[in-house]
Design a protein around this ligand. Structure first.
Ligand code: PLP
Length: 392
């Protein structure tokens, strides 16, 4: 037996463990310190009432012989996929039922999708980025071309003629930078992919945070995208499903490469290796897309976006350069005084008792940057911002 030694090429992920260790060490030396975490990547508001009610009803159905359900529909229950189609029609995107696949979240699908691509494709991944894209390709032994995202391009890199690419990862609104591609920018990527016969893997996990109507919330709002893009969506940050687990992936039937339909390959992959999301969770997810659901979810997102605005305005008043903080729960700032990401982490922890995430943990271009998130409590955000203002 030979193990998959590609795993040995993975870079150890010290980021969050080092953050936790440093905070624990500081706390043990300063037990009275009131530490505020502005680095959390998890939601803090509970599930909306409409979701809890729907799941409660579904639990009772499962306990009754007449309404009990075993294995569900292959791609996810029709009621949920229909609700998602309705959600897309609000975005002026028309999808077919068998183009939507329900999953237990975007992370699984982003990793699993690689099963349907040959290992010798050239993969293009922006840097800095959500680490899952890099790690899953490394595990599969693919070579990666990194695309520089930096202050010069507003952390929104675009293709140029010299770029070689078969698989392109795009994430908008972006984690960690909070930057959001415009329609014109995405059109450049779609045109590039169509011309090069490449596929775009579009991570729309934060689409619900986009409030500016001129910005795209789905790649399918871009002409030609159905022939070159797969879209990954998640209810995690949209509706508080980080622990409940539900997402969906759109694989249009127009995606045909060398005569092979990616939709058919993904259906085969999913029906072979995945047995679906629990009925109870899918009923909860369906409730998200009702009028009441969208209203309740919208209120939670508004709360986080208001947090983001408070942080953004504070940074503006301090003259600190940043991206994000609008149409996104992430704020990505340039560390003041030329500090490195970890220097600024230590400085904030020790002088303000505020914890964020060092940007260098998301890729080499993240050095000298720092990620704050808007998922905390309002009171904590206000206190943290007050401390930052008096410190810097
Ligand atoms: N994509 C991005 C960019 C994320 O930041 C996250 C979670 O933080 C995910 C996907 C994963 O989402 P899920 O909880 O649906 O697996």
């Amino acid at each position: 037996m030979k193990p998959n030694t590609n795993y040995l090429n993975l870079k150890d992920s010290y980021l969050f463990s080092t953050v936790a260790r440093k905070v624990a060490e500081y706390k043990s030396k300063n037990p009275g310190a009131d530490i505020i975490r502005l680095g959390i990547g998890d939601v803090t508001l509970p599930l909306p009432g409409v979701v809890v009610e729907a799941m409660g009803k579904a639990v009772l159905e499962m306990g009754d012989k007449k309404t009990f359900r075993g294995y569900g529909d292959e791609q996810g229950y029709v009621f949920l996929r229909e609700a998602i189609l309705g959600y897309y029609s609000r975005k002026n995107v028309s999808l077919e039922l068998d183009e939507v696949f329900i999953s237990d979240g975007a992370k699984s699908d982003l990793g699993n999708i690689l099963d349907i691509f040959s290992v010798d494709n050239t993969v293009v991944i922006p840097d800095p980025v959500y680490p899952v894209y890099v790690d899953t390709n490394t595990m599969a032994g693919r070579s990666i071309v990194f695309l520089d995202a930096n202050l010069d391009n507003g952390f929104l890199p675009l293709p140029d003629d010299s770029l070689q690419a078969d698989i392109i990862y795009l994430c908008s609104p972006n984690n960690p930078t909070g930057a959001v591609y415009t329609k014109e920018m995405l059109q450049k990527w779609v045109d590039f992919a169509l011309e090069r016969n490449a596929v775009i893997l579009f991570d729309a996990a934060y689409e619900a945070y986009v409030r500016d109507p001129s910005l795209p919330t789905s790649i399918y709002q871009i002409e030609g995208a159905k022939a070159c893009a797969i879209e990954f969506c998640s209810l995690s940050k949209t509706a508080g499903f980080t622990g409940t687990r539900c997402g969906y992936t759109v694989v249009p039937k127009e995606l045909v490469f060398d005569g092979v339909s990616l939709n058919k390959l993904w259906l085969r992959r999913q029906t072979t290796k995945f047995n679906g999301v629990p009925y109870i969770v899918q009923r909860g997810a369906e409730a998200v897309f009702t009028e009441r659901g969208l209203q309740e979810v919208g209120e939670c997102i508004s709360y986080y976006l208001e947090n983001a605005k408070i942080i953004r305005e504070a940074l503006e008043s301090m003259g600190i350069e940043f991206t994000g903080g609008a149409n996104s729960p992430y704020i990505w700032l340039k560390c003041p005084g030329g500090m490195s990401s970890w220097e600024f982490f230590d400085y904030l922890l020790e002088k303000a008792n505020v914890v964020g995430t060092p940007g260098v943990g998301f890729g080499k271009n993240g050095e000298g940057h720092f990620r704050l998130t808007a998922f905390g409590d309002r009171e904590n955000v206000l206190t943290a911002v007050g401390r930052l203002k008096s410190l810097i």
